[in-house]
Ligand binder design. Structure first.
Ligand code: IYR
Length: 225
């Protein structure tokens, strides 16, 4: 049997029922107002906001606490241009046949196309990498567990942080995204999972008139009769 880790006291202050409800409701209301945005303002954003969003992502639970993620915050115009060019090359192929009719039909209502000017306009791109495996002090491979689950939870927390700060985000996933390893200087064991675009929305930005599923479409209680 492996030795369990030392323990420390948990620090989580108990709230009253009323406080819990108010906090949950306030957070729900905040997240209800989040929308995916594709039209960004070039206005700068304090890198401290980006740092805090990334540190928030780093609080996510992960398989065996391996924290199998790396984040690259990209604000350099040249790097953003290189990412735009590489992403648009993939997107052109996607929209010109690679996706197939069914896929293009499924996303037609979003009004997207191969052009991705926001990759240059937005002040920040955050490339999120999943570490498929790690290495120990001797350079031997360490298997990582539940990598996509762990990194996806981290991305969710990052999006919530950026939204709470008042910024717009876009979860962008050009496919394949291998070019991000080269541009960001990340090793081969790291797989780019998402390119998150963050900034202020452009003045007058619009979003598709789409909604969220109703509660009874997503929530099924199984409580004692
Ligand atoms: N990656 C492409 C296509 C795309 C696919 C899905 I599924 C979306 O929800 C949105 C877009 C693009 O960014 O245009």
């Amino acid at each position: 049997m492996a030795q369990a880790a030392e323990t420390v006291a948990l620090s989580l202050d108990r709230k009253s029922d009323a406080e819990m409800l108010a906090a949950a409701r306030a957070f729900f209301e905040l997240m209800q107002s989040r929308r995916t945005v594709r039209d960004f303002s070039p206005d700068p954003v304090d890198p401290e906001i980006i740092r805090l969003a990334i540190r928030t992502a780093g609080t996510a639970p992960s398989g065996a606490n391996q924290q199998p993620w790396s984040f690259v915050a990209i604000g350099d115009p040249e790097a953003k241009r290189a990412i735009r060019l590489a992403a648009e090359e993939e997107e052109r192929a996607f929209y010109n046949g690679r996706a197939g009719e069914e896929w293009l039909g499924a996303l037609a209502h979003l009004g997207t196309d191969w052009e991705k000017p926001f990759l240059e306009t937005a002040p920040w791109l955050i490339a999120i990498f999943a570490q498929r495996w790690g290495t120990d002090a001797e350079g031997r491979r360490i298997k990582h567990y539940y990598v996509p689950e762990s990194v996806s939870i981290a991305i969710g927390l990052m999006i919530a942080s950026l939204h709470a700060a008042g910024l717009a985000t876009l979860t962008h996933t050009p496919s394949p995204m291998g070019f991000l390893n080269e541009i960001c200087g990340r090793p081969d064991n790291e797989k780019p999972l998402v390119l998150l675009v963050a900034g202020h929305p452009a003045k007058g930005a619009t979003v598709p008139a789409i909604g969220r599923k109703a509660e009874d479409e997503i929530l099924f209680w199984k409580t004692a009769p």
